[in-house]
Design a binder for this molecule. Structure first.
Ligand SMILES: [Zn+2]
Length: 195
């Protein structure tokens, strides 16, 4: 008897990678794997794997069940961003608000030198997109540079809808910038073609 699995095999393994000293990117299984979180000393989690329609953002405290002597827990911020329909007029505005929540949460962690894991379901597109926009907005990185930083450490595969969000963000941050952000999309497709 076969049970149809909605997720590709790779989603079942915890995938986690360090992007900066305090920012980690990963998939759903990393975020629900106590050993992975403990081993990487993760303090807080930004969860973008939620099912559409869940009210958000929701902040909760997750106790760890490992056998380490001291009791510890993680704070988890659930943000529902994945299914904001960008076709609707308020799509970009909603996304913007989600990004602000995420950036505030990342800043709150990193300022205390605490490690934050940003994850979505598969870890390939949405979570990397959120980290890239954080690096662009809060650390003044160019889109291409932020993308390269992630790609060097983690198997990113940014979906076109997320590429579009990043390109319009780059335009908004650098109006009249000397590099056309559309080049970013060409750069990504070239890289995909070569790998
Ligand atoms: Zn633990």
């Amino acid at each position: 008897r076969f049970i149809l699995c909605r997720y590709p095999k790779s989603w079942k393994l915890p995938v986690i990678s360090k992007v900066t000293d305090y920012i980690y990117v990963g998939n759903l299984n990393a975020a629900y794997n106590g050993r992975t979180l403990c081993r990487n000393n993760i303090d807080s989690i930004i969860d973008m794997s939620s099912v559409a329609g869940e009210p958000g953002p929701i902040l909760s405290l997750i106790p760890c069940t490992c056998s380490r002597g001291t009791r510890h827990s993680w704070s988890r911020l659930k943000v529902d961003i994945s299914d904001v329909p960008s076709a609707l007029g308020d799509g970009p505005a909603l996304k913007q608000r989600c990004f602000e929540d995420i950036n505030e949460c990342i800043n709150a962690s990193t300022e205390k030198r605490k490690r934050v894991l940003v994850h979505c379901r598969d870890g390939f597109s949405l979570a990397p997109t959120c980290i890239i926009q954080y690096l662009m907005v809060k650390q003044n990185m160019r889109l291409i540079a932020a993308y390269e930083l992630l790609r060097a450490k983690y198997p990113v595969n940014i979906r076109e809808c997320h590429q579009n969000v990043l390109v319009s963000l780059e335009r908004a941050l650098r109006p009249g910038g000397n590099v056309d952000p559309e080049c970013f999309k060409q750069a990504i497709s070239r890289k995909v073609a070569w790998t």
